[in-house]
Design a protein around this ligand. Structure first.
Ligand code: ATP
Length: 226
């Protein structure tokens, strides 16, 4: 935060995430494992996959996202909620430094319809052109706007009730630094085998998976495990 990568409200969002992680036992639960495999299958089968990175995702998991980008061929783009030209340059340079990869976002010629203010800005060649977008720790408005444009969304968000998770095609309820390397492992397994990727996706039901995460939290609370 002191370096300007994460905003103050970003830190509060991290706190929300930690609370949910605690309720889930600070581990990758079986529902998350299933969602991570489905997320990888979607990335592998996509025509133009894309990873969008905000300040939260950059600060917590830039390196891991860079590795996923290399494995999946999905380019990274920085999109900020609290946007200024200075902060955009700072976060892009930070992610490039951490990953050694080129990151999109310096030239934001596209607009996500339905989003007020500068945070609607994105790149034409990245986010606007993508069919499948991975959105770690994203806010609900932007997720909804992407879905309205016909994009398939993979969220990574520890709150099973968040609008982002409710909007996503695949909702990964797991801590971002555990989720991303696991998706990368699955990408490596599935990328040479599109039939298996299709079968993983066909057997995955997102709403059912999210409901099961909620049941798990309720059960753990009732049983006094947390
Ligand atoms: P929404 O707008 O989607 O309904 P929100 O208002 O909470 O939810 P944000 O604050 O932009 O939206 O989202 C940040 C989300 O990221 C929160 O749901 C939080 O639980 C989640 N989160 C925070 N830290 C982590 C983490 N380390 N790993 C995964 N998810 C996290």
């Amino acid at each position: 935060m002191t370096e300007g990568i994460v905003s103050v409200t970003g830190l509060i969002a991290h706190g929300r995430g930690e609370a949910y992680d605690y309720l889930l036992g600070e581990r990758t639960v079986p529902e998350a494992e299933a969602a991570e495999a489905a997320a990888a299958a979607m990335l592998v089968l996509a025509k133009r996959p894309m990873i969008t990175i905000n300040g939260n995702a950059a600060a917590l998991a830039a390196k891991e996202l860079g590795e996923l980008s290399c494995a999946s061929g999905a380019p990274m783009e920085v999109n900020l909620f609290h946007r200024s030209d200075e902060r955009m340059a700072k976060v892009i340079s930070f992610v490039e430094g951490e990953t050694g990869e080129k990151v999109l976002g310096r030239d934001q010629g596209g607009i996500l319809p339905g989003i007020a203010s500068d945070r609607s800005r994105c790149t034409k060649e990245g986010l606007m052109a993508a069919d499948v977008v991975l959105i770690p720790l994203e806010d609900g408005d932007r997720a909804e706007a992407m879905v309205k444009l016909g994009k398939k969304i993979i969220s990574i968000d520890l709150n099973p009730l968040s609008r982002t998770n409710q909007e996503a095609t695949v909702s990964v309820v797991d801590e971002v630094t555990r989720a991303v390397p696991n998706i990368t492992l699955w990408v490596k397994k599935l990328k040479g085998d599109p039939d298996q990727a299709r079968s993983v996706l066909a057997n995955y039901q997102n709403k059912k998976n999210l409901a099961s995460v909620m049941d798990r939290i309720c059960h753990e609370l009732k049983e006094g495990h947390v």
